[in-house]
Design a protein around this ligand. Structure first.
Ligand code: CA
Length: 660
């Protein structure tokens, strides 16, 4: 679909002239509820933040230590401050909300050293109604050319020992860990988004936006509820190597009255730059089948063998399933040379990205898919051998483009990139950006597995469709599996950065460690947002199952999203309106406990009647005993109706509201 991109409304107000101030300043959100204070004390910069007169962030340090123990920010004075307001509504290429309002008050604080080199630095604050962000900007200047950051001093000092949901940083499996819930004083060094709940119910989530040419931020817990930025190091111990002019990513703090408001906050997206891609007609939100789950459960191999998943014959049979099941995209993994039974081991594997295995005829499969209107999704497994990939990336992407393909999934399995650098250090950040920009040039969308965490870059590069970056479905094939609460934590943590390719939709649950009911698998298409969603099970498990109708129909691109109820780790119910019809959809999921809800359908359009098509857990369903038992029923409803939901242990419910 070709969409016309227009800024629907825009309003900028800059107060006349710059204010010269002594040693402090403040800026408030447009609604006045959030106020961020900034001040200089003994030459050092600090900030704090209030929400509705409650202190959210206490006095917290800001600044940098550069190479040779050179503190850039310890004898500063405020030169001037500049305030402005901004209000626009912009249109997403795809998303969980079609139109996004970007409304903030900004304050740029110009600082300079009082003596020595008189080096200058700016700190920019943007305060929104749902939180705030700030970044450091260092302009080109005579006494500051190359910059080697050894430490970013940014703190986030909380007022109490908040409960946090977190995964540890600096571990071999990247972001693929189960979330723990504990008070912040007991935290390890952790990844962001770091989501926390205060005793008064206010939720706070710390993350970053527009992570560009910089190290990813992890969070270290100090004493007394203090959290501090811990930049991911290079192998040589330095954090960021760059030149002026330099700007840091935005440090973001989302402030929500409840867990649900975290989901609908657009703070992180708004702190990214507008779409840089002029033509987006080739970007298609979609659902897809994959030659994938079969490899994880041991039915097929990634490598050439008697049961090779992506042999020509098996690929053609999957294309036939696409036609039969009405799904028009197919991912094929393991079609190229370089795969071995030990492909995932931590070493520099050498994959070819253009040469097929002896039993895979790329031209034949590609032609067969084209004539049947099935679009192939390509796969590049780098094995973290980045040099090997970068040497082939142009020819590899050209090959897909020439075959009429528009999508590629790219894997980075390995503990370190090139066995030396973290996936989320500056090396990794720059590598993923290079790949994303190259993919745009070849008109390919990207789905990164083993990625750097998402930071809202899909606004700038809408070909960044989705990513992994958490424990996905694959763990349910070959580990003890993800516990029922895992999918009730992900939307409030990992998903706050961007869409996730969790790969839901397993119907044949009993032989695996999928700790959900089948109805919950359906509901995951609503609760885990992604503009591309895999139908992850073997197609033969879908064929003939009446629940598959929901997966055929559920959209992946939304006009509007409304959270009905949410408690992190316990339950989550969300309603979304289809972008391309008048239909609404609802997904509700539970952790390990059984739940009953009575919900109002007031989100439905007021003047319409709907047929609710309800896919629910059967009365005797339970994730660990009877997961595949479900019921399908239908009833007429409108915006005045109430609906009772019953979720089994580890269960869920999925509803399509068809506008009549
Ligand atoms: Ca993975």
């Amino acid at each position: 679909m070709i969409r016309l991109f227009i800024i629907l409304s825009i309003f900028i107000f800059i107060s006349p002239g710059e204010k010269i101030q002594k040693d402090s300043s403040s800026v408030s959100s447009p609604d006045g509820n959030i106020r961020v204070e900034f001040w200089i004390q003994d030459g050092n910069p600090y900030y704090s933040a209030n929400y509705n007169e409650k202190e959210i962030v206490q006095k917290s340090a800001l600044g940098y230590i550069l190479k040779d123990n050179d503190t850039l920010t310890d004898h500063l004075e405020i030169v001037s401050t500049k305030n402005s307001s901004f209000d626009e509504t912009w249109e997403q290429v795809w998303g969980q909300q079609h139109l996004v309002r970007n409304h903030y008050n900004e304050q740029i604080v110009h600082l300079a050293e009082k003596d020595g080199g008189h080096r200058s630095i700016q700190i920019v604050f943007r305060v929104f109604d749902d939180g705030f962000g700030f970044r450091f900007v260092v302009s080109e200047q005579p006494n500051l050319d190359s910059i080697v950051i050894m430490d970013e001093l940014t703190e986030f000092n909380m007022t109490e020992n908040l409960q946090a949901w977190w995964i540890p940083a600096y571990r071999d499996n990247r972001y693929e860990y189960l979330y723990k819930k504990s008070p912040i004083n007991s935290l390890d060094t952790v990844h962001t988004p770091l989501t926390m709940e205060r005793a008064d119910g206010i939720h706070v989530s710390i993350h970053e936006a527009n992570l560009t040419n910089y190290a990813g931020m992890t969070i270290a817990a100090l004493d007394n509820n203090k959290l501090k930025c811990d930049l991911t190091p290079w192998n040589d111990g330095t954090k960021v190597k760059t030149k002026t002019p330099m700007q840091s990513p935005w440090r973001t703090i989302t402030i929500a009255n409840n867990a649900g408001e975290l989901i609908t906050s657009n703070l992180v997206l708004n702190l990214n730059e507008p779409n840089k891609l002029e033509d987006v007609s080739w970007i298609t939100p979609t659902k897809y089948l994959g030659i994938w789950w079969g490899m994880h459960i041991g039915k097929y191999t990634f490598w050439e063998s008697d049961n090779h998943g992506s042999s020509t014959n098996n690929s053609i049979s999957y294309i036939d399933y696409c036609i039969k099941l009405g799904i028009d995209h197919l991912l094929i993994e393991g079609w190229n040379t370089g795969w071995t039974p030990a492909w995932y081991e931590n070493k520099l594997h050498v994959f070819s990205f253009t040469e097929s295995t002896g039993d895979f005829d790329f031209d034949r499969v590609s032609t067969y898919s084209s004539v049947n209107n099935v679009h192939l999704i390509g796969y590049h497994e780098t094995g973290s051998n980045i040099d090997n990939y970068m040497a082939q990336i142009d020819s590899a992407m050209q090959m897909y483009q020439a075959a009429g393909m528009h999508d590629v999934k790219i894997g980075q399995v390995g503990s370190r990139l090139m066995m030396t650098e973290w996936h989320y250090g500056q090396y990794g950040v720059n590598y993923y950006r290079t790949v994303l920009e190259k993919a745009a040039k070849y008109q390919l969308t990207v789905n990164f597995h083993e990625p750097v965490k998402p930071t809202g870059l899909q606004r700038t590069y809408p070909n960044l469709m989705s990513g992994e970056g958490a424990r996905g479905m694959e763990y349910n094939a070959w580990s003890e599996g993800n516990p029922p609460e895992h999918t009730v934590i992900l939307p409030f943590t990992r998903l706050l950065g961007g869409p996730m390719d969790y790969t839901p939709g397993i119907f044949s649950i009993k032989p695996t460690h999928v700790h959900t009911t089948l109805a919950k698998q359906l509901a995951l298409y609503l609760t885990i947002y992604s503009p591309i969603q895999m139908l992850a099970d073997l197609p033969e498990n879908y064929d003939g199952n009446p629940a598959f109708k929901f997966l055929q129909e559920v959209p992946v691109d939304w006009e509007y999203t409304q959270v009905i109820n949410a408690k992190i780790g316990d339950y989550y119910t969300v309603a979304r309106k289809d972008l391309n019809s008048d239909d609404w959809y609802l997904g509700s999921i539970s952790g390990e406990n059984e739940r009953e809800f009575e919900i109002e359908l007031s989100f439905l359009d007021k003047d319409k009647t709907y047929r609710a098509e309800i896919y629910a857990d059967a009365e005797d369903a339970e994730f660990d005993k009877n997961p595949e038992a479900f019921t399908i029923s239908s009833m007429e409803v409108n915006s005045g109706s109430h609906l009772k939901l019953h979720l089994a242990k580890g269960g869920g419910e999925a509803i399509r509201f068809v506008a009549l």
